[in-house]
Structures are given as C-alpha cells and as structure tokens.
Design a binder for this molecule. Structure first.
Ligand code: ZN
Length: 117
C-alpha cells in the first residue's frame, strides 16, 4: 500500500493551477483540461485542530487531532494525526497505514494517519 496513490489532485493543462480533484473546471481559468497529480515527497503540517466530539466510529477516543498536510509538490490532504501534543505548523510528518477505528458494525477500518517526525 503506497500513500502516493491515496491523494490525487488535478493540474490545469492551460494555466498550471493545482487544485482538489472535486472541482470540475479550473477555478482560475475555467479550463476543463487536466493532468492528474499524485502526492509526492514528505508532508508538512500547515494547519490542525483538535476534534473534541469525534464521529461515532471513533467512540474509543475522547478527542483527536485532524490536520491539513502539504506535500513537497503542493498537493494537500486532510488526515488524522497520531498525537495531540506538541504539534506545530511547518513540522514534518510521515504517513502510516494502520487501523483507525472499528465501524458501527464492528469491522476494522484502515487508513493513513500522520505521525510527527
Ligand atoms: Zn487553469
């Protein structure tokens, strides 16, 4: 399992603007012609928050940290951070694939989480 395949963004072929893949047209120049770009390099933490009311699936946690990461090629992603203390914007993180919770049917759910380096 490679993290690079988990986050895919769109790069406008006309103006080069990089944006989330949910946009149908370039938010800068309105072009509909894109290349796909995968997250590359090490992520840095650019913003985070502590979630004090986690969704029901995370019932084993009283709270957790959720952050926005920026990869070396400009692609950004949202993810859970492994700890809540000593977090600083600009710090380096490493993606780790692991069990994140058990869903409401008791099935184990795996995904990437981010660990400060
Ligand atoms: Zn564009």
């Amino acid at each position: 399992m490679s993290f690079e395949h988990n986050i895919i963004w769109k790069k406008c072929k006309k103006c080069g603007f990089l944006q989330h893949s949910s946009h149908l047209r370039c938010i800068k120049c309105k072009s509909e012609d894109f290349d796909t770009v995968k997250a590359e390099g090490n992520p840095k933490l650019i913003s985070y928050t502590i979630l004090k009311a986690p969704p029901a699936e995370f019932r084993d946690k009283a709270s957790y940290a959720l952050g926005i990461m920026e990869f070396e090629n400009g692609v950004k992603g949202l993810g859970q951070i492994t700890n809540q203390n000593n977090l600083k914007t600009g710090m380096n993180l490493t993606p780790i694939y692991r069990k994140i919770c058990e869903n409401l049917d008791g099935k184990e759910v795996y995904n990437f989480v981010f660990q400060p380096i």
